[in-house]
Design a protein around this ligand. Sequence first.
Ligand code: GLN
Length: 292
Amino acid sequence: MYPQNSKTEKIWRLIDILNWGKKYFKEKSFDNPRIEIESLLQHIIGCKKIDLYLQFEKTVTPEDLIILRGLIKRRVNREPTQYIIGSSEFYGRKFFVNQDVLIPRPETEKLIDVSIDILSKKENPIILDVGTGSGCIGITIALEIPFCSVIAIDISNSALSTAKNNADMYGLKNIQFINLDILCQDINHTADMLISNPPYISQEEIPGLMSDVKDFEPMVALTDNSDGLEFYRKFSNIIPQVVKKNGVTILEVGRGDHPERVKEIFSKAGYDNLESVRDLNKDTRVLVINNS
Ligand code: GLN
């Protein structure tokens, strides 16, 4: 039974919902049933996770139970929690998200570590964030490096409006947004850093993705509808015009042999100052291309 106040007036305390939800999401084959119910309940109550347990005897109002029921149904239908609650976290900050933008991934935070290390040594750098989506990369850099200017581009106007909302939430003045299709249109800016987490899932891999991703996240943000390398080929062509001398390009790469295939594109194009950055699992997640 869903937690709802029926005529029998069953009282639902936070702990009852947590226990019920854990069981329910487990039955529905979710990997982390406890986290599923905690995230939705915490959103409804408007509290921190720990408070759910500190105030475990607190009863939930019939109105909140009705709302919660709707959210549970959406999650069971595999809609990502971040879309259901309308926000996600990236580099310790909140970002509004919706189905127009990719949900920021923790692995993308590695790009930020690498970039702020480099940018903190430059004077008033200009950063070009290609495929900004929610704006998580460009906005985080604009916040971390206040003396920089960020140009964030995206093919999707609806993604850009979400990114602008995020920039406004942080009161940012050092970021501008441009609607541009990097694969087909020329970019009339030069930058000290090009940074991107481009759509790198190949068309072949799409059917094998989990439903949470393939049925809800924007296809345009996931795949190039080709071999997952189109954007890297494009970058290798435009870097000489777009990235200044002594500038740098920072790109997220995928799993398996994807990093090697990306690297090959740049070495074949004559770039000889390439660095791979690995994550804690020793997988290459970031490719750094230094202009000489
Ligand atoms: N830049 C955004 C992110 O890293 C969006 C990336 C994309 O849409 N491929 O999450």
